[in-house]
Design a protein around this ligand. Structure first.
Ligand SMILES: Nc1nc2c(ncn2[C@@H]2O[C@H](COP(=O)(O)OP(=O)(O)OP(=O)(O)O)[C@@H](O)[C@H]2O)c(=O)[nH]1
Ligand SMILES: [Mg+2]
Length: 436
């Protein structure tokens, strides 16, 4: 069942900053309180919850005991009671002490932002590795927060943050959780060993990888499907994709690359998750080119871009060639579309930008051309070849792997002007014309 939730939010620096702005209407880089609240509401919906009430607090200094201060706690308690909420969510992380105090003072369970995101991940993890990673992150987050009242333990059953047994002895809980953590780490290591072997096998035949990255819900999976013809789940819910998906595609130059769809990023991605999903994000670290998908229709696109670049920095992937995709242009009014198109044509230095709609397919050919231009490995070279007509296998390989610009017949020879990947052209060395 969907628990109703009341949530007081945002004693954050961002909220304080936008309140203190001296220029009315001027937006700081960073979400203002309303935008932040809207995103948090999306997270709750993605976790299957419903909003019973929302409370906002602008607070410069968080209270170490309760985050929001005793007066506000009373207000929240009253709202939670009158709306019959099952859950109070905080768009902020809570220290073990704060969580304990709030649980004691409020009539229902309390979850913080990290626990909510962990819960969404738990719902969406499909592979064994994903499930193990999420459970490990949940238990590591929960361990120092056990209250002994059984509320925190309820992480393991149905509903948001309620999975598993109720009241249990605190010490037994701790030991049991520690055991489970050790077991999960061993299981994960075994799963990862298999994946490493698969990767090594893949790397024996090197095909460059292009990774699609971006903020959650930007449209990465929709784009992945549009380009590869695959049917990866795309959904209006946040964090629909947790496990990387790989598919081979052919570029206009006839080069083949592996395209990978990855987990979305979000501001303040819980630290436990960054480390546990590092393995999944190996695809990003290994990729030769990154496609950064952005939601052009989102009003907080700049903030999302900053967050994505922060995670790319943590993955030491900021220096890779990056193609910026401004997605969802079908949602923009005509004048904004035109303005965006002319801006991206000019292009910021060193970065290529493509505007497209993954939904309608508009702009996808330009993206494929941009990938071609960004790939450094196996560059495209032009050549003139003279191939005897009886060399059927070589002619077939040329047709399949290169672009043929012209073809002339000279006796039993075929004379071709081609462009193709240097590796393939190199294999046709014996047919090459001496440069004339
Ligand atoms: N109108 C419009 N909607 C789009 C476009 N691309 C994606 N969407 C929608 O945006 C939502 C999110 O799309 P996904 O492809 O699941 O996004 P994602 O980046 O993979 O999200 P996560 O895996 O959850 O991080 C879905 O409801 C899509 O239908 C687009 O070009 N235009
Ligand atoms: Mg996705």
């Amino acid at each position: 069942m969907c628990p109703d939730a009341a949530f007081p939010v945002e004693p954050t620096p961002q909220a304080a900053r936008s309140q203190g702005s001296a220029i009315p209407g001027r937006k700081f880089v960073g979400l203002d309180a309303g935008e932040s609240l809207a995103e948090f509401r999306e997270l709750l919906l993605s976790a299957g919850g419903q909003v019973a009430a929302e409370l906002l607090q602008r607070h410069v200094r968080p209270d170490p005991a309760t985050l929001i201060g005793s007066g506000k706690v009373e207000e929240v308690a009253a709202v939670a009671a009158s709306t019959n909420a099952d859950l109070v969510l905080f768009d902020h992380d809570l220290s073990p002490t704060q969580l304990r105090n709030l649980e004691a003072a409020l009539p229902c369970r309390v979850l913080d932002r990290t626990q909510l995101i962990l819960d969404i991940f738990a719902r969406h993890a499909r592979t064994r590795e994903g499930q193990l990673q999420v459970e490990l992150a949940q238990l590591e987050y929960m361990l120092p927060r056990l209250t002994g009242r059984g509320k925190a333990m309820s992480q393991l059953g149905g509903g948001i943050g309620t999975r598993g047994p109720g009241e249990t002895q605190l010490e037994t809980d701790r030991r049991r959780i520690q055991h489970r953590i050790d077991q999960l780490k061993r299981d994960l290591e075994a799963v990862r060993r298999v994946r490493r072997q698969q990767r090594q096998r893949r790397e024996a035949v090197p095909v460059p990888t292009v990774a699609i990255v971006g903020y959650t819900n930007a449209g990465k999976s929709t784009l992945f499907n549009a380009v590869t013809g695959a049917e990866v789940l795309s959904s209006a819910r946040m964090f629909a994709t947790l496990d990387p998906k790989l598919r081979a595609i052919e570029l206009p130059s006839r080069r083949r690359v592996l395209l990978s769809d990855t987990v979305g990023f979000i501001r303040n991605l819980p630290h436990t998750l960054v480390t546990s999903f590092r393995a999944t994000l190996e695809e990003v670290a290994q990729a030769e080119v990154l496609i950064h998908v952005r939601d052009a229709a989102s009003t907080y696109g700049e903030e999302q871009k900053i967050q994505v670049e922060k995670v790319l920095g943590e993955l030491e992937s900021l220096s890779k060639p990056r193609i910026e995709v401004l997605n969802k242009i079908d949602l923009l009014p005509e004048d904004e579309r035109v303005a965006l198109l002319s801006r991206t044509k000019a292009g910021p230095k060193g970065e290529s930008a493509v505007t497209l709609s993954a939904l309608t397919g508009e702009g996808i050919p330009a993206l494929l051309a941009a990938i071609d231009a960004a790939l450094r490995s196996d560059p495209i070279v032009e050549a003139e070849l003279r191939v005897p007509q009886h060399e059927g296998a070589a002619l077939a390989a040329i047709e399949a792997g290169m672009i043929v610009h012209s073809r002339e017949y000279e006796g039993n020879l075929v004379r071709l002007t081609v462009s193709g990947p240097a590796s393939l052209v190199g294999r046709m060395r014996r047919f090459r014309q001496r440069d004339s």
